[in-house]
Design a protein around this ligand. Structure first.
Ligand code: ZN
Length: 282
């Protein structure tokens, strides 16, 4: 058997999906329930955003606090990762909830065009978020939307702003960023191994690329991300029924590639996190 695969479930994104899939959890109780079902299905890590009542992206620390509390109550060892991205959020608000000490938080190490906006991550902002995470004992998940972000990460690790070994996610299929191409992932993983030995990595495919990127990551020894944030469809004609069903699909795929599914406890070991969230907070 290969190395256990950590399955991340990205339960709720930052874009209102009024025309999309009603299974996307929007309120905090819906998010807790959806995360719990995904955990039972095999997800070890929850990547979370929170929403306002009108479904726009929220920065409300109170919502992050209630969501984290709910997840820790129902899924005690699950890894909680707050998003510091999110369209429509003021830059200074994007890290405002990190005082809640999630296990992890996302950190994009550069700017990139998204479908209709610039996802702004200026150098000083990246450094400030990285320092906040380091000082708060929060492990960043480095979001790599293009190759420069990987090199920026290596510089930040060399400077001590990001602790080695980092955990990196390669993102594919965002319009105006990298297309979902396996040869690009292969190149990125080769460069990661050269620049940051010992780093762990995962990959996310957006929309119809979700499943094919899962295949590539499993075959190449990486970890996987699924969930309704990235993709609301099951196939060409059907909507995905739930986050848990998307997780189940990756669990089955792990079997195909001879990869055991990492429990939350195993995932914590693989990522160098404390055994429980309680320990992290102490
Ligand atoms: Zn996200």
């Amino acid at each position: 058997m290969g190395e256990p695969c950590i399955i991340t479930v990205a339960i709720t994104g930052s874009v209102p999906r009024k025309l999309d899939n009603p299974a996307v959890p929007i309120t905090v109780p819906e998010q807790v329930e959806s995360t719990h079902a995904a955990y039972e299905a095999g997800a070890a890590l929850a990547h979370v955003h929170v929403r306002n009542d009108d479904e726009s992206s929220s920065s409300d620390p109170d919502k992050f606090a209630r969501l984290q509390e709910g997840i820790r109550k129902h899924c005690p060892d699950m890894i909680v990762q707050f998003s510091t991205g999110g369209r429509g959020r003021a830059m200074e608000a994007r890290g405002a909830m990190l005082y809640l000490h999630p296990d992890m938080a996302s950190l994009a190490t550069g700017s990139v065009n998204f479908p209709t906006i610039v996802y702004e991550n200026p150098p000083d902002f990246v450094r400030s978020l990285a320092a906040t995470m380091r000082d708060g004992g929060i492990k960043p998940e480095i979001e790599v939307f293009d190759l420069a972000m990987l090199y920026n990460t290596a510089d930040l690790v060399a400077e001590g702003l990001i602790l080695a070994p980092p955990h990196v996610q390669f993102v594919f299929g965002v319009k105006h960023a990298l297309p979902a191409r396996r040869d690009i992932l292969e190149f990125e993983v080769a460069k990661l191994k050269e620049l940051l030995p010992g780093a762990t990595w995962t990959a996310a495919g957006i929309g119809r690329h979700q499943l094919e990127v899962n295949h590539w990551a499993l075959e190449m020894g990486g970890h996987c991300r699924t969930g309704l944030e990235d993709n609301v469809r099951w196939d060409k004609t059907t909507l995905a029924p739930s986050n848990a069903k998307l997780v189940e699909r990756v669990v089955e795929l792990c079997g195909t590639y001879g990869r055991p599914v990492a429990t939350a406890t195993q995932a914590r070991t693989l990522l160098g996190l404390p055994a429980t969230a309680q320990q992290a907070a102490a």
